[in-house]
Design a protein around this ligand. Structure first.
Ligand SMILES: Nc1ncnc2c1ncn2[C@@H]1O[C@H](COP(=O)(O)OP(=O)(O)OP(=O)(O)O)[C@@H](O)[C@H]1O
Ligand SMILES: [Mg+2]
Length: 157
């Protein structure tokens, strides 16, 4: 759980240290849940110099200034477009960087590769619940790295 946007940024930038090229992150959660804020944290953790904003009109933004490329998609305004035919989603999910996708349902229903799903949920005020789940070897290794960390520190966080 995070209590402020800055904490969600920190969660994202810590997550970035556990990621490697080719990984896909699906950001799930309602409007204003904090998906873009988390993506900003990931970008920060990857060392992206530019400020990351929601790619509202272009639907996808590419950032090359970090340790590995960062691709940020927001499919909320997909309209009648097809993420695979029109946006090249296939290339992004098999890319040389980290790809984070907001409103990923259309991609997920048609692509079943390894990805890390992060779900953000409003808990009122600035509180957000953040959960993650893996669906393959690489994403599950990321999830396990958190479980291990909490196990070793004996933390309750
Ligand atoms: N703990 C928190 N974590 C993240 N954002 C928070 C938190 N508390 C408050 N906020 C605020 O909530 C808003 C989250 O906006 P954000 O654009 O990240 O949502 P989103 O999930 O990307 O929404 P959309 O579906 O519209 O793209 C921001 O204005 C942010 O400042
Ligand atoms: Mg957003």
């Amino acid at each position: 759980m995070t209590l402020a946007p800055e904490e969600t940024i920190r969660v994202g930038s810590d997550l970035a240290t556990r990621l490697s090229a080719g990984m896909v992150i699906l950001l799930s959660g309602e409007l204003g849940a904090g998906k873009t804020v988390l993506a900003q944290g990931v970008a920060k953790g990857l060392g992206v110099a530019a400020s990351v904003t929601s790619p509202t009109y272009t639907l996808v933004s590419e950032y090359e200034s970090g340790s590995i490329p960062f691709y940020h998609m927001d499919l909320y305004r997909l309209g009648g477009m097809d993420p695979f035919e029109d946006l090249g989603a296939e290339e992004y999910v098999h890319s040389d960087g980290v790809t984070a996708i907001e409103w990923p349902e259309q991609v997920r229903s048609r692509w079943h590769g390894d990805c890390l799903t992060i779900s953000l949920e409003h808990l009122g005020g600035d509180k957000r619940k953040i959960e993650m789940a893996g669906t393959g070897a690489r994403s599950n290794a990321v999830v396990r790295s958190y479980i291990q960390m909490f196990g070793e520190s004996g933390g309750d966080g």
